[in-house]
Design a protein around this ligand. Structure first.
Ligand SMILES: Nc1nc2c(c(=O)[nH]1)N[C@H]1C(S)=C(S)[C@@H](COP(=O)(O)OP(=O)(O)OC[C@H]3O[C@@H](n4cnc5c(N)ncnc54)[C@H](O)[C@@H]3O)O[C@H]1N2
Ligand code: MOO
Length: 392
């Protein structure tokens, strides 16, 4: 059995980002940019008013001005003004030829088509967005490695970019093993348990912006599981199996993996919950055999699967590990790292009730996992431990 840190290191050593690909900007949000982007145009592309008002030559601002027409946003007609002339203008509209300044409509008086300014603080160039003031044609608009959040995507759209090179998100298969599983909503017959692992895993994976997630059930049968796993490997970058990874007579994940040509990187980690965790690799594809207990599944997801999903898409691991003071004494035997579902507030971490790995009620309330290191047995109130803050 290997330690938690050895397991994390092995996964990291075997995980590589997927090959970059071109995506339409509409589908690119949540990805990491895989190539620098340069601006093709000056933006704004023309001198643009930032207010509703009147366009003028600044030198004429103390004279009475004659209004000769209107420039509205989207107009394709360019008016031209002579000394002591003005045009009505609206936010986003091009300035008429010759104008260099815009006065807000609240700061003039108007009689017919005669305009007098009442804006003693007006400066030359006021209320005008200059050509290229957002970005100049040829300038570096965004660097490789930038996370494409809503503002980044909006900025790129605003400078006319349609497609971008990104590191893609992985396609993920979830394979459920277990004859005993029943769908929520159906009646629970003797011996059955409600299937919950696909729900928690799908929700967690969707949180990462990953949309291609396929869930398949594979019974407790070696042939069926082997077929399902083989076909999942063809279409997906990451395969998550739940259950069937321990030592029972119906635990076929290891055997099916071998039959599918998966290289075992490790099986079993010195931890609780999730001791029988399996990790394997085929070509660049990652295979995680998650111990079936619902709490073990999620614990292994946050500790091992999530960092790998991030790395595959070239993202930084956003899961934060920080120090916290324990609010209660705890004991455990030496030999396994324990992960406790906990509640963290103001620098202090409280282990919750219901820590057994078949239960999710405490996980549902937890905002952190408290790490109790492998060899230590006794923990006192006030001891400083490491915790992982769970993503929302
Ligand atoms: N003799 C031993 N028995 C067990 C050991 C051991 O070392 N020696 N390890 C225990 C530990 S620790 C764990 S964790 C489990 C893991 O076993 P498996 O990965 O083979 O999982 P299963 O036996 O298939 O299922 C375990 C448990 O989880 C329930 N389950 C499974 N899938 C789902 C699902 N999709 N939704 C909800 N619940 C699910 C299943 O009904 C079982 O109750 O092995 C111990 N045994
Ligand atoms: O390690 Mo198991 O995950 O105790 O239930």
């Amino acid at each position: 059995m290997i330690s938690v840190n050895e397991a994390k290191q092995l996964i990291s050593d075997h995980t590589q980002p997927l090959q970059a690909l071109k995506l339409s900007l509409k589908k690119a949000s949540g990805h990491i940019l895989a190539a620098d982007i340069y601006a093709r145009y000056d933006i704004p592309a023309f001198k643009q008013s930032s207010m509703d008002g009147y366009a003028l030559v600044y030198q004429d601002s103390s004279s009475e001005l004659e209004m000769i027409g209107e420039m509205a946003a989207g107009t394709s007609q360019l008016l031209s003004i002579n000394p002591n002339q003005t045009t009505r203008i609206f936010t986003g509209a091009p300035l008429p030829e010759g104008a260099d300044t815009v006065v807000m409509q609240e700061k003039i008086s108007r009689q017919g088509n005669k305009i007098t300014l009442q804006d003693p603080k007006l400066l030359p160039g006021a209320n005008v967005r200059q050509i290229g003031s957002e970005i100049k044609a040829g300038a570096l608009a965004m660097q490789k490695g930038t996370a494409l959040g809503p503002a980044a995507v909006g900025f790129l759209a605003g400078i006319g970019i349609q497609d971008v090179e990104v590191f893609p998100m992985p396609k993920v298969a979830i394979i459920l093993t277990g004859k005993e599983l029943q769908q929520p909503g159906m009646e629970l017959n003797f011996g059955q348990v409600y299937e919950s692992n696909s729900y928690s895993l799908t929700a967690a994976i969707k949180n990462e912006g990953i949309t291609e997630i396929e869930v398949t059930e594979a019974d407790d049968n070696l042939e069926i599981l082997t077929d399902v796993l083989r076909s999942a490997l063809q279409e997906h970058d990451v395969v998550l199996l739940t259950g069937g990874v321990s030592v029972g007579d119906y635990d076929f994940v290891l055997e099916a993996s071998k039959k599918c040509g998966i290289e075992q990187i490790f099986h079993k980690v010195k931890q609780k919950p999730g001791k029988p965790l399996f990790f394997g690799k085929k070509d660049q594809k990652l295979i995680f055999g998650l111990p079936g207990n619902p709490s073990s599944v999620l614990n292994c997801y946050y500790n091992y699967v999530l960092p790998a999903l991030k790395a595959i898409s070239h993202k930084e691991n956003s899961v934060k590990e920080i120090s916290a003071e324990l609010t209660h004494d705890c004991q455990k035997p030496a030999g396994l790292t324990h992960f406790l579902k906990g509640s963290y507030k103001n620098g202090k971490a409280t282990p919750l009730n219901a820590q057994e790995s078949f239960r999710l009620s405490s996980f549902a309330l937890a905002n952190c996992l408290i790490y109790l290191p492998e060899e230590q047995k006794d923990f006192k109130q006030g001891d400083v431990v490491t915790i992982m803050q769970l993503p929302n």
